[in-house]
Design a protein around this ligand. Structure first.
Ligand SMILES: [Fe+2]
Ligand SMILES: [Fe+2]
Length: 155
């Protein structure tokens, strides 16, 4: 399984898309470390990096849901909680196995495509038309310029 950023992952929301790009980059970093047979310690450090970033990203999305009064907040947060449980199980497996199983990458890739394609795109489309705006929306162009221009809508 080769993990890489795809245009179809774009939700149209500049902050969510910028974070998803980094998420894919950390997954890819783990992929590279396993395939190039980096030391166990190095791979486990990257696993921790992935885990911390996933937690950060979920918190960031949940803050956007609060700020824009997202009606699907309970369901989306429950999915995040479930995904974190699955990720923790995978991390435990990685830390106890001598070999790093390839299925961790299949799991991350499968999770990424399904969750983004459904839940995150629903959230992005809600934010797009929500009367309550994200707190820091006005500063996005200053910090997310590259992402904003790459994600500019065609419609
Ligand atoms: Fe999400
Ligand atoms: Fe997400």
């Amino acid at each position: 399984m080769y993990i890489q950023w795809k245009k179809t992952y774009e939700t149209g929301h500049p902050l969510i898309d910028a974070e998803h790009r980094l998420l894919v980059m950390f997954f890819r970093k783990l992929d590279v470390a396993i395939k190039t047979r980096e030391s166990r310690e190095t791979v486990l450090r990257i696993v921790q990096e992935v885990s911390c970033y996933v937690k950060f990203h979920f918190t960031s999305e949940e803050n956007l849901m609060h700020e824009t009064n997202y009606p699907g907040i309970k369901e989306h947060m429950a999915v995040h909680t479930h995904l974190l449980m699955e990720l923790n199980k995978m991390i435990n497996k990685l830390t106890t196995c001598r070999e790093f199983p390839e299925d961790v990458l299949d799991f991350l890739s499968d999770w990424l495509t399904k969750h983004i394609a459904h839940h995150d795109k629903l959230l992005a489309s809600h934010i797009d038309s929500a009367p309550d705006r994200p707190v820091a929306e006005l500063i996005y162009p200053e910090y997310l310029q590259a992402t904003v221009s790459q994600n500019s809508r065609t419609d």
